[in-house]
Design a protein around this ligand. Structure first.
Ligand code: ZN
Length: 322
């Protein structure tokens, strides 16, 4: 069983041993976000999903929970979670374990999602064991799987690709650094840059939406496909910055694959094609300039709960820290 606990919704899914989803559900997160209330809601939801699949609770062997924020995956304690009011030093593994009557594994949601993408590679026996997921949404989230395990680093903060510096003296990021990838490759960044280009007097079919404050990255991708030069430039810039981060990642940890997720990745080839181009432009020539597999997510919004379940299934428990 995998649970993806977010600030606005909870996703739950029951997976079979081959990582295929048997049944799943999405519920709103309780407005009363006290840990005991949310855990109770998750527990009821998990049992409902099992029932809907025509299975018995006895069939559930393990449970994984992905949650945004700072998580100590070794102890299962949620140190901080900005999206859930009142969550500070919550012993989630302990409390959820009691409520669900099963062994529970807890990790950051982006780490869980990365492990979800990895579980597909594993299922297909691709021989791929080093992968990153980069999710482009309002912000840029990510997780890294190295040597078949989520890589947490010394303080549990590894894999924050969104805060890799890609532009010296660039925009100030909410994290306190300047020039983070998130400031150049998130949906928010694309809208900001479109607004700046309009203000500089560039002509584009995007202008009406920029002026109305309703511009989405989807608009940008569709305008680009119709030949709008400003839209094309926005996508090229995004792809270039994302490629810098991806190349840097590969230089340090020699990844075999980088999966792009999030709303912006909904553009599929519209993003992946310019990303591949920008990557090969930046990439070194060693070994003939071998590139990692660059692709859009296959699991989409399910990656979180699929990965959480896969983490539980991997039976890594306390040993999961990489
Ligand atoms: Zn940052």
């Amino acid at each position: 069983m995998g649970l993806d606990l977010g600030g606005t919704q909870i996703k739950a899914g029951l997976l079979d041993p081959s990582s295929s989803v048997i049944s799943s559900a999405t519920d709103p997160t309780p407005t009363d976000s006290r840990p005991e209330v949310v855990i109770e809601a998750m527990s009821a939801m998990a049992r409902r999903v099992v029932e809907e699949a025509g299975r018995s609770w006895q069939d559930v062997q393990g449970i994984g929970i992905g949650i945004p924020g700072l998580i100590d995956s070794r102890t299962g304690i949620v140190r901080a979670c900005v999206n859930l009011k009142g969550w500070k030093d919550v012993e989630l593994r302990e409390l959820a374990g009691e409520s669900l009557g099963r062994r529970v594994v807890v990790d950051n949601d982006a780490n869980a999602a990365a492990f979800g993408e990895y579980s597909i590679a594993l299922k297909r026996n691709t021989g791929l064991h080093h992968l990153a997921l980069v999710t482009l949404g309002t912000g840029v989230g990510s997780g890294i799987v190295l040597n078949r395990r989520v890589f947490h680093g010394g303080g549990g903060l590894a894999g924050e690709v969104g805060h890799m510096i890609v532009e010296p003296n660039g925009h100030l990021c909410a994290c306190g650094q300047y020039g983070c990838l998130e400031q150049y490759a998130s949906a928010t960044a694309v809208v900001r840059q479109a607004t700046e280009l309009m203000a500089a007097g560039k002509s584009s079919t995007l202008k009406a939406r920029v002026d109305a404050g309703t511009l989405t990255t989807q608009d940008v991708f569709s305008a680009a496909s119709e030949g709008d030069l400003v839209a094309e430039r926005l996508i090229d810039d995004l792809a270039s910055y994302l490629a810098i981060a991806c190349v840097n990642l590969c230089r340090v940890i020699d990844l075999q694959a980088i999966v792009i997720g999030g709303g912006v990745a909904g553009a599929g080839d519209g993003l992946i094609r310019p990303l591949r181009k920008a990557f090969s432009r930046q990439n070194w020539g060693v070994g003939g300039g071998i590139m990692p597999k660059l692709s859009a997510t296959e699991l989409g919004n399910d990656a979180g709960f699929v990965g959480a379940a896969a983490l539980a299934m991997a039976g890594l428990g306390d040993g999961q820290r990489g």
